[in-house]
Design a protein around this ligand. Structure first.
Ligand SMILES: Cc1cc2nc3c(=O)[nH]c(=O)nc-3n(C[C@H](O)[C@H](O)[C@H](O)COP(=O)(O)O)c2cc1C
Length: 360
């Protein structure tokens, strides 16, 4: 029997990413700041994929502890992910206007009226130094382009570096910088848009359109992200030019994921039309399941930029999660999140790989 050329192509592309990262299967468990756990990352790595821990919201100490815990749980490669983004100057009048809008949600959740925060995001330099000090096998980043000295410092340690792009121009910039691989994130993807080089409205490229164009423009392996939930989609993404996939929503309902029960319940049976892009929770465009907070704050407008809005809604979202009130939680989810199962993360990775092998 002759092996179809498409199977060969898919295997060759997958092998390129697997050998680069020292993993068995070309499946990355996507970083998911706020809900990912060391247990989730380790489960994906132990199943032969690349587990990630999104540390964008963590302090340097929390990052060190999370990496230490992953290392207790797995001896295999894993990725640590940070947000690379400028910090805009805070407009105090706009913050006060937003706090006035948030007051009634805070009251409903039993929270006191918000104060003007002294800082809006963890210190990136300290976060990065914690990652560098831990000598991690893979570093990934989103929201921007890492500076060359930091990228070189990672390479000097032997770490592999992965950037995130939402259009060809960003993929070219990240590859030119020296990234070893680039996540090609389609508009379908759950969570924040990675967009940094073009206006957000311009970077709405679907994964099906993005992959072949990015493939033609860069030489580094591409990792397809956005709505990938099935083995058929993995095969299609690899056929279209990716060397691997990054799962996000597929892992959200797994027992290792730290999303609250209210969050996980909101994803069950979510329709393809059940998510939207919003700035309501963080001030940066992100895709999540539609809920009351998203609709009301988006239509009220005048939302401070990331990370200011993110900080202003932080304790409100945490209280809503604790109280099981999904109407006020940022329910980040991709356009196919309704297909997520409650299987353990390792079982998901192994099943997808097995089904992919059967297809090939
Ligand atoms: C809850 C959540 C949090 C996320 N946080 C991050 C993050 O911290 N860093 C990052 O690079 N990507 C983050 N992402 C994107 C995922 O890693 C992944 O690329 C995306 O979810 C893929 O789309 P899908 O959800 O449709 O599978 C997040 C996604 C979700 C759903």
């Amino acid at each position: 029997m002759t092996v179809p050329r498409s199977s060969e192509l898919i295997r060759r592309r997958a092998a390129r990413l697997s050998s680069l990262l020292g993993i068995e299967h070309a499946i990355v468990g996507g970083p998911m700041a706020g809900v990912n756990t060391p247990e989730l990352a380790a489960a994906v790595s132990n199943a032969g994929g690349l587990g990630s821990i999104g540390c964008g919201m963590m302090s340097a100490e929390q990052i060190e502890a999370a990496i230490g815990r992953i290392r207790e749980l797995t001896g295999r490669p894993f990725a640590v992910n940070l947000f690379v983004t400028p910090q805009p100057a805070a407009d105090e009048a706009q913050i006060l206007r937003m706090q006035a809008k948030l007051a009634r949600y805070r009251a409903e959740l039993g929270l006191p009226r918000g104060k003007i925060p002294s800082t809006f995001a963890p210190d990136f330099a300290a976060q990065f130094d914690a990652v560098l000090g831990a000598r991690v096998p893979v570093f990934s980043f989103t929201f921007g382009a890492l500076d060359a000295p930091r990228l070189e410092a990672l390479h000097a340690q032997g770490a592999k570096v992965i950037g995130t792009a939402t259009c060809v121009q960003e993929a070219v910039q990240l590859a030119g910088l020296g990234c070893d691989a680039v996540v090609a994130s389609g508009i379908e993807a759950g969570g924040h848009r990675a967009t940094f080089a073009v206006p957000a409205e311009a970077a709405q490229v679907g994964l099906f359109a993005l992959l072949p164009q990015a493939l033609a423009a860069v030489d580094v392996p591409l990792i397809a992200a956005g709505g990938v939930m099935t083995a058929e989609q993995i095969a299609a993404a690899l056929l279209l030019g990716a060397s691997g996939v990054q799962l996000g929503s597929a892992l959200l309902r797994s027992p290792e994921c730290g999303a609250s029960e209210a969050y996980k319940a909101a994803l069950a049976g979510l329709a393809d039309t059940g998510t939207r892009l919003t700035r309501a929770f963080s001030g940066r465009w992100a895709r999540g399941a539609v809920n009351r907070f998203m609709q009301e704050i988006d239509s009220a407008g005048d939302i401070p930029d990331y990370p200011i809005q993110n900080r202003l809604t932080q304790d409100l979202r945490a209280a809503a999660n604790a109280q099981g009130k999904a109407e006020y939680v940022s329910l980040w989810a991709g356009q196919a999140a309704g297909l997520a199962t409650g299987e353990p993360a390792g079982a998901i990775v192994r099943r997808l790989q097995r089904e992919l092998e059967e297809l090939l």
